[in-house]
Design a protein around this ligand. Structure first.
Ligand SMILES: Cc1cc2nc3c(=O)[nH]c(=O)nc-3n(C[C@H](O)[C@H](O)[C@H](O)COP(=O)(O)OP(=O)(O)OC[C@H]3O[C@@H](n4cnc5c(N)ncnc54)[C@H](O)[C@@H]3O)c2cc1C
Length: 453
């Protein structure tokens, strides 16, 4: 009999799992593989949305999405999926701090900031390097706050990344670990910092130096053929999993048996769905923290609102953390002569619950404050005509790497392994996965299942 494999979630990870299972039998379906998602559209976070207005159609992704994978295999897969029709762009990113606009990363581009601040940053940066050199046996920084101070000196750490981090991760830096950093925070040497303080032009050192984006159809176009090749059941929410009988319950009352299960659902959701999950496992899942994101999408009747693909905002009196400009990713994302703006505003149940700020609980309540602050920041002008305004909530956005995470994950993964449930993706592996990594973790989960067959 053919094994019935159910993949929960039809985002990058679920599609990666289905892709790997298809590759096992390229000539036809020897495996019975179904992808199930509660959303009525495929792609999960990698989906794109076309919004029609009298001024024309605008394309927005579910949060800014670009492909900067360095994996040649994934680059080739994505390129094939759009028949080579993608934009290959050189990344332009900047920062706004108290009205000063500087290139990213800020530590290498201090030129133009107030002299007294630059002097303090340089003094602390030199001190931090000297103490690092003089204390070779010092223990590794215990948390992200200490790491920032050790890496950049106190003034820069407290003026820039600590404040930005609070807006982006919602958790204080001292509550966070450092295992997620990888290449995300650039560590320059003294010469680079000094040059950037003295000269307006600096080399590009952002870890995303180049990226690709589909010419038509938004980011989602990169996955369309994966979707078309898969057997999908959309609009089908799973509300229970009986691992003993290997049976799934759907919101519409259907019960369905499975032989193998791959899940890309957020771990706290998955654990809640499992009948008889032990109390300690449920409690561990409750300790996992993730941000949610209110996205405000705007379109305006002017094409030059930004020179950069996105901007980081450090001021706590500006509601948004990051603002990106989708019309700069492809000329087909917006009609000629217009611009699009996507602002991200972060919350988390654990550290900054939605509804505890002046903006209230509804995403729509964030639209006017976003427009107000875009004017304050000089992105919008008073006379800009707004052609489209839309707000939505991404309930699962970025995993928070807080101190509770490692200890909570260990028993959860052990338990799921005992049950034979393979997990994949950003929320199934509870990591910082980008789209390529989510896709590959789906392939790996499928491989585990194939190994067991
Ligand atoms: C704001 C933001 C910006 C990002 N920018 C980039 C970028 O520029 N480049 C990049 O490479 N990556 C980016 N990422 C990361 C990228 O979005 C993820 O790596 C990837 O989309 C995650 O895919 P996934 O399949 O693991 O999860 P998801 O896409 O979340 O898929 C999980 C699916 O499970 C479904 N589901 C949940 N509960 C149930 C249930 N009970 N029953 C049935 N189905 C259920 C959900 O509907 C969802 O579709 C960004 C992420 C965010 C949040």
């Amino acid at each position: 009999m053919t094994d019935r494999i159910v993949i929960l979630g039809a985002g990058m990870a679920g599609l990666g799992a289905a892709h790997r299972l298809r590759a096992e039998h390229p000539e036809g379906p020897a495996l019975d593989v179904k992808l199930v998602d509660k959303k009525t559209y495929p792609g999960g976070h990698a989906a794109s949305f076309r919004r029609a207005t009298p001024a024309g159609d605008f394309i927005f992704d579910d949060g800014p999405h670009i492909s900067f994978t360095r994996d040649p295999r994934i680059q080739a897969l994505f390129a094939d999926n759009v028949d080579g029709a993608f934009e290959a762009l050189h990344t332009r990113v900047d920062n706004l701090w108290q009205g000063f606009r500087i290139k990213h990363p800020a530590i290498c581009n201090l030129h133009g900031l107030p002299t007294s601040l630059v002097v303090e940053i340089l003094r602390d940066f030199v001190d931090s390097r000297q103490s690092a050199r003089g204390d070779g046996d010092a223990p590794a920084p215990a948390d992200y706050e200490q790491w920032l101070i050790a890496a950049y000196g106190r003034t820069f750490a407290e003026t820039f990344p600590t404040v930005y981090g609070r807006k982006y991760h919602t958790a204080p830096a001292r509550a966070m670990t450092t295992d997620w950093l990888g290449p995300r925070l650039y560590r320059p040497d003294l010469e680079e910092v000094l040059r950037g303080a003295l000269e307006p032009e600096t080399p590009d050192v952002h870890y995303v130096s180049h990226f690709r984006y589909p010419t038509r159809g938004g980011f989602e176009a990169f996955l369309r053929p994966f979707v078309e090749a898969s057997t999908l059941e959309l609009g089908r929410e799973i509300v229970g999993i009986d691992p003993g009988r290997r049976r799934l319950s759907f919101a519409d009352g259907e019960l369905r048996s499975y032989d193998r299960l791959i899940s890309s659902l957020p771990l706290p959701v998955l654990i809640q769905l499992i009948d008889g999950a032990p109390r300690d496992i449920r409690e561990a899942a409750d300790r996992l923290a993730c941000t949610s994101c209110v996205l405000v999408d705007l379109a305006v009747d002017r094409e030059d609102v930004s020179d950069t693909h996105w901007t980081y905002f450090y001021d706590e009196d500006l509601i948004f953390t990051r603002v990106s400009f989708p019309h700069l990713l492809s000329p087909h994302n917006a009609p000629a002569g217009t611009s699009t703006i996507q602002a991200e505003i972060y919350y988390s149940d654990k550290y900054r619950p939605l509804g505890t700020t002046a903006e209230g609980t509804s995403p729509e309540d964030h639209i006017e404050p976003t427009i107000r602050d875009l004017r304050k920041a000089g992105v919008l002008r008073d006379d800009d005509r707004i052609l489209l305004r839309h707000a939505g909530l991404i309930p699962w956005a970025n995993i928070i790497f807080d101190q509770d995470r490692p200890a909570a994950l260990e028993p959860i993964f052990g338990y799921l392994e005992e049950l034979g449930i393979a997990t994949a993706g950003r929320y199934g592996r509870w990591g910082y996965h980008w789209t390529d990594e989510s896709f590959k973790s789906g392939e790996e989960a499928a491989q585990q299942i194939l190994d067991r067959l």
